[in-house]
Design a protein around this ligand. Sequence first.
Ligand SMILES: C[S@@+](CC[C@H](N)C(=O)[O-])C[C@H]1O[C@@H](n2cnc3c(N)ncnc32)[C@H](O)[C@@H]1O
Length: 244
Amino acid sequence: MPGNNPDTCCWFVGAGPGDPELITVKGKGLLDMADVLIYAGSLVNPVLVASSPATEKVDSWGMHLDEMVALMADRVQQGKTVVRLHSGDPALYGSIVEQIAELRKKEISVRIVSGVSSVFAAAAALTTEFTPRGVSETLIITRPAGKTLEKDYIAELSQYPATLAFFLGSEHFFAITEKLSCPKDTPAAVIFHASWPDQQVLYGTVADIAQKAQAAGITKTALLIVGNAVKGTESGYQRSHLYS
Ligand SMILES: C[S@@+](CC[C@H](N)C(=O)[O-])C[C@H]1O[C@@H](n2cnc3c(N)ncnc32)[C@H](O)[C@@H]1O
C-alpha cells in the first residue's frame, strides 16, 4: 500500500481547544521536534506555534489543498519532521481525509496524534458531562447547513433524548434553534472560545439562546450545546451504578 513507509511520514497533531496546556504530551513532543509546522490559523493558540522551534511555520488559512499537500510532501521527502497542527481533535471537522488521500498519492503516510476537542472543553466550561445517567445516553455531534453544507438533519436528530453539540454554527444559531424538534424550554448553552482566557458561557433555552448569543456579539468560534445535560448537577440525573 502506498504511503506506509514510516520514514516518509507527516504528523497530524491535535492542538487542543485553545489552552496551550491542553495539547497532549505526545503532540507537544512533536511540536518541539518539528522542522516544518503548518497550523490551522486563528483556531490554534499562537503560544503553541511560537513554542515550536520549527524554522518554517505556515498558516494554512486560505491555502489551496494542492499547495498545502505539495509543501508537506516536499518537506517530508527532504527528510524533515513535518507537523500539521489542527485545532481540537483532527477527527472532527478537520478535513483531514482529503489531505491524507493526496499525501498517499505521493507515497507519504500520515500518523495522527489525537487532541482534546473543543466539544470536551465546552463540557468542562459547563462543569457537566454529556451523558449523565437518566438524562442522556447519547452525544450527537453535528453542524448546520450553510455556505459549505447543503442539507442538515437537525430536525431529525433532535427527536432523540440526546445531548446535541453543534459545531460551525455561530452564524446560524437562529436557524438551528428554529429547526430543533425538542421542546422550546430544553436547556441550551453557547460556549465561545472554550478554554481560552476570554471564554464566555451563555445559558438559556432553545427559545432564547440564539437571542442571547446575538446580544453578546458571538459570531464565531463557539459551540451550541442543547439538552438537559447542560444543567449539570441540576439536570435531574440518577446516581450511576459505578459508585453505588
Ligand atoms: C473547523 S471546526 C474544528 C473543530 C476541532 N477539530 C475540534 O475538535 O474542536 C471549527 C469549529 O469548532 C468549534 N470550536 C473550535 N474551537 C473552539 C473553542 N475553543 N470554543 C468553542 N468552539 C470551538 C467552533 O464551532 C468552530 O466553528
